[in-house]
Each structure stands twice: as structure tokens, then as C-alpha cells.
Ligand binder design. Structure first.
Ligand code: FBP
Length: 547
């Protein structure tokens, strides 16, 4: 494999990890857990994996002899920086337990398990990928593990390879599946444990026990670097407004973190928009007001950050999307038969009156984007909806009305961007390299402790890494019931931006100033070598949450 000079140096980086994992490890059982909501129903669905104890690992004194163990690993869902380090931490961890242990990687996500596609991850392979971005060591995919036949197909190959534990590295939906699989194998006494690992750049897989999902740190730093560059460009040319949509699916964590890093002129936060019951017209007017305020002072430039999932949080759109989801899941076959040119009018006739009026009022591109295939978990693929273009166009119309009315004297020209894929496979920051390696190592200790239905957890990560706390959290603890594909299903509760929380409130205190003034910050690229104050800082979100 050809490598850049940075890759060669970076390969030598030894990730930092909690002191408790370095030598002999002792397991400490904590208190029993309960699910975040819908307790009775979740307990009924997960009789074997509900109510388990929290776990922490501490330094021990008693050396235990572990037998060799074969472990499988799956990368599931969207890529996130650091996945390769979870695998290298897991590999090193199981080799420390017993040098004869083996690690198998299933290819292209959960599908690899069902289709029996795998490779053995040897030292040579793992060494090639240490501290690198991407998931290409084994690939990833979004196949949903939900049917007993899939679990049975999986068991066939796990038995054939004598695999006793499977680690699923994924977001909320993939970890939900990990838990369902853990429950199924436990119920049937198959002797195969399943452990989850919190991944997603979206930052929405977090709770009291999982303080962040890996990849969020690096992805936000990459986007902030590029937004900073754009801000410097727009402050130099002084002629464009940049409408920048940022990945993150439902939650606005990425947009908010980037705002805290770069001080844009405006950042929409979907959760606030929902709480204030805002309409699309309110949002457009708010943006236009900031453009006008700056334009009237001769500043015809600026930046607007837009969270990817915005549209689903505008109450009227949320109702429309809900009705579309139900309709499309019940009438998928019929809808696919309709000619493309007739799809919009077909849908318009099928919707309730209110939703039909809204749907018919949308630009054709957006109307089409709203009916595209849902992902395998039933989510609208918000990354395909061009909200940044929709908003830029609507703001232009609003400003020309205001100009005619004499309320606006500036010039408006917009550029639109969507940052998502650019950051998902970046080489992990030191934070993600360390955090991921520690998560993988923690997973190996959960395997050693014969645990199933747990997610690896590493907390207190704003402290120096040797003080981080490693442990395990029962996945059922994070679950509630939600409507998916027209039915109530157990799923891990997504963490949205907390409007009472410190990150949002810090943003709130500064945003008027950032709108009016040009107070941009240019964070520059991620640094891997140099002072710790530059190289090892976690996200502003985490620093504020833990301050
Ligand atoms: P995960 O939740 O699986 O980590 O994926 C996150 C994400 O990057 C979202 O931010 C984005 O909406 C989605 O994946 C895009 O999916 P795809 O890679 O299938 O285009």
C-alpha cells in the first residue's frame, strides 16, 4: 500500500489509554440498570439482557489465565474516524488475554455475517491500518439484522469459525440490532456473546454513561477547518453568503459544535426550531434579517450553518414526513410502479389536505427528495434533501421583496455547500485515535468477563487518558419504543441537542454578536504532532458538558 509521509509517521503513534486497562484488569459490578423509558415492554422483549449491572474495569492484582478465544467484528452503518483503532485495540486486547486468540472481520457490514463473507485479521493486516481513517479494513454496510433467519445464518459461520464473541461497531440502530442479536443468542443458549461499540459522527449516541460516540471529534474538526477557510474567503472577497449544510442526520450536534469552533454569522439548531414551533417562512425570515442587518452596513457576506436533519424538525414538515413514511411503507410496491413524471401528483392526491397543500407547494426537487427510499432502518435519507439550496433560494426571494419595500439596501449572492462525506473517513484526531483504541481494548475485557448485550464505554475523557474510566453499559438501558416502518419497535433513544445544556447555552450567549460582527475563528487543520493543548483537545461540546 503506498503511503504519504504523514501516514508513515502516524502509523507509529501509540494511542493513549486508561491506566486501568494497561496491566491486570479487575471487573467491578455496579448497580442494576433500567431502560430509559417503556420499562415493562423493553423487559418483556429482552428477558435475558434486561436489568444487567453497569460495569467498570479497575487495576487488579490477581493474574487470570484466559483460554484462547475467537472473536468476530463488524463495522456497521456510516463511516466514522477511528474505526480502525477500535479494531486494533480489540486485536491487541484479545491477544493480551491469550496470544492464540484470533480476530475475524465480517465484510461490508452485517451482511458479511449473514452471507458468510469474512477475513481473518492478522497482525500484518491490523498493523497496516493503525491510526488511519476509514472503514476499508473490512468495509461497512447498513443491512439491518432483524430476522431469526439472519441470526441463524450468522450462527452457522460463527460456529464454523469457533467464534464465541461478536463485536458490532455502530450507531444507535446498529447497537439496537447488536442487542437484539445478543438477546436471541442468549435465549437460545448458543454460547455466543455480542458486544456493541458507540460509533457515529452524528454525536447522537450518547447518554449518562456513553459520553460521546467516536468520530464526532474528528469529523467536527475537519468541517470546522473547512468552514473556517470559507469564512476567511468570504471575509476576503466580501461578496458571498455561504449556506453550509452539515451532516448529522436528526440531531444538530455537529452544526452546534462547528458553530462553537468557528463563530459563524448564523447557525440553525433544529431542536430549537422544533421547540419554538417555527415554520419554514419564520426560518427564512430570520436568516434574511441577519443578511439585511449586515448588508445594510455594507457587509454583504456571511456564513449560515444548517443541520442536515432540519426539515424533519419543522413541525409542519415533520407531520408531512410522518404521513409520507406510513404511506410509502404501506404502498411501496404501488408507488414504485408510478411513472417518475406522475409521482408528485400521485402523492399529492393521497395525502391529507394539510400535508397535501404543503407538499404541492415545495420545489419539485425537494418534493422528490422526500419520497426517496428510506434507509433500512426506516429513516428518511436527510443527506439527500438539499435544504441548503432551498433556504438560499427562499432567502433571495424574501430579500428582493424587502428591497422593493425599502427595507434592505445590500446585495445578496449565495454559495451552497454540503459537508458530510468529507469528514467521515478523515484520519482520526488524537482524541479519536485514543478513545477508539480504548473502546476496542475495553470490548476485549467485556469479552473476557463473558458479558453479552453490553456496549463498551470509556468516560471522563476530558481528563488525561490514563485517568479515563473503562467499563460496560447494558444496551437495554438506553432503549425505548419508537415508531418505525409503521410499527412500535425497541430502539436506542437518540440524544438530541439539549436546549438546557451548556453547549447550546454558550452558543445562545454569543450568537447575536456573531450575527452582527465578523468574529470568525479559523481553527486550521487537525494537528497530530505538537503541544497537547493543540493536539489533544476534545470537542467544545464535551468540554462544556463536563465543565
Ligand atoms: P451512522 O448513523 O450510521 O453513523 O451514519 C451517519 C451518517 O453519516 C449521517 O450523518 C448521514 O445522514 C448518513 O450517515 C448518510 O448515510 P449514507 O452513508 O448511507 O449516505
Amino acid at each position: 500500500m503506498s503511503k504519504s509521509a504523514l501516514q508513515i509517521e502516524r502509523a507509529k503513534y501509540q494511542p493513549k489509554m486508561p491506566e486501568s486497562l494497561k496491566g491486570i484488569v479487575r471487573i467491578v459490578e455496579g448497580k442494576k440498570t433500567e431502560s430509559v423509558a417503556d420499562r415493562e415492554e423493553i423487559e418483556k422483549l429482552f428477558p435475558n439482557t434486561y436489568g444487567l449491572n453497569e460495569i467498570t474495569f479497575e487495576q487488579g492484582t490477581e493474574q487470570i489465565e484466559y483460554s484462547e478465544i475467537n472473536v468476530g467484528v463488524i463495522l456497521s452503518g456510516g463511516q466514522a474516524p477511528g474505526g480502525h483503532n477500535v479494531i486494533s485495540g480489540l486485536f491487541d486486547g484479545i491477544k493480551k488475554l491469550n496470544g492464540k486468540s484470533r480476530l475475524y472481520g465480517f465484510l461490508m457490514g452485517p451482511a458479511g455475517l449473514v452471507e458468510h463473507k469474512y477475513i481473518e485479521l492478522t497482525k500484518e493486516i491490523v498493523d497496516e491500518y493503525r491510526n488511519t481513517g476509514g472503514f476499508d479494513i473490512i468495509g461497512s454496510g447498513r443491512t439491518k439484522l432483524e430476522y431469526a433467519w439472519q441470526f441463524e445464518k450468522g450462527k452457522e459461520i460463527l460456529d464454523a469459525l469457533n467464534i464465541k464473541a461478536l463485536v458490532i461497531i455502530g450507531g444507535d440502530d446498529s447497537n439496537t440490532n447488536a442487542c437484539i442479536l445478543a438477546e436471541y443468542y442468549a435465549e437460545n443458549h448458543y454460547g455466543i456473546n455480542v458486544i456493541g461499540c458507540p460509533k457515529t459522527i452524528d454525536g447522537d449516541l450518547k447518554n449518562e454513561k456513553i459520553e460521546t460516540s467516536f468520530g464526532f471529534d474528528t469529523a467536527c474538526k475537519v468541517y470546522s477547518e473547512v468552514i473556517g477557510n470559507i469564512q476567511r474567503d468570504c471575509n476576503s472577497a466580501r461578496k458571498y453568503w455561504h449556506f453550509i449544510k452539515l451532516m448529522g442526520r436528526s440531531a444538530s450536534h455537529i452544526a452546534l459544535e462547528c458553530a462553537l469552533q468557528v463563530h459563524p454569522n448564523m447557525c440553525l439548531v433544529s431542536e430549537e426550531i422544533e421547540e419554538k414551533n417555527q415554520t419554514l417562512d419564520n426560518i427564512v425570515s430570520d436568516i434574511a434579517a441577519v443578511v439585511a442587518l449586515r448588508g445594510n452596513k455594507g457587509n454583504n457576506f456571511g456564513t449560515v450553518l444548517i443541520p442536515e436533519g432540519l426539515i424533519e424538525f419543522i413541525p409542519a414538515f415533520r407531520d408531512l414526513i410522518r404521513e409520507l413514511n406510513e404511506f410509502l411503507s404501506e404502498n411501496e410496491a404501488e408507488f414504485k410502479m408510478i411513472k417518475k413524471s406522475e409521482q408528485i401528483s400521485y402523492i399529492t392526491k393521497k395525502l391529507s389536505e394539510e400535508n397535501s397543500i404543503l407538499y404541492a407547494s415545495l420545489p419539485e426537487t425537494v418534493a422528490r427528495q422526500l419520497t426517496l427510499d428510506r434507509d433500512p432502518h426506516g429513516n428518511v435519507q436527510v443527506s439527500l434533501i438539499e435544504t441548503e439550496k432551498l433556504l438560499a433560494e427562499m432567502v433571495a426571494v424574501k430579500l428582493s421583496e424587502w428591497k422593493k419595500a425599502g427595507k434592505y439596501r445590500g446585495e445578496f449572492a449565495a454559495q451552497t455547500h454540503f459537508f458530510g462525506y468529507e469528514g467521515r473517513c478523515a484520519a482520526p484526531s488524537n482524541y479519536d485515535a485514543d478513545y477508539c483504541y480504548s473502546l476496542g481494548y475495553t470490548a476485549s475485557n467485556l469479552i473476557a468477563a463473558n458479558k453479552t448485550g453490553y456496549m463498551a464505554s470509556v468516560t471522563k475523557t476530558t481528563l488525561p487518558a490514563d485517568q479515563w474510566i473503562a467499563g460496560g453499559v447494558p444496551i437495554t438501558m438506553m432503549m425505548n419504543l419508537e415508531r418505525r416502518h409503521g410499527e412500535y419497535k425497541p430502539v436506542i433513544k437518540k440524544a438530541l441537542v439539549d436546549l438546557e445544556g451548556k453547549p447550546f447555552n454558550t452558543f445562545l450567549k454569543s450568537r447575536d454578536l456573531w450575527s452582527e460582527e465578523t468574529d470568525y475563528v479559523y481553527p486550521g487543520p487537525i494537528q497530530y504532532f505538537g503541544p497537547s493543548a493543540v493536539c489533544d483537545q476534545p470537542t467544545k461540546t464535551l468540554q462544556l458538558e463536563q465543565s
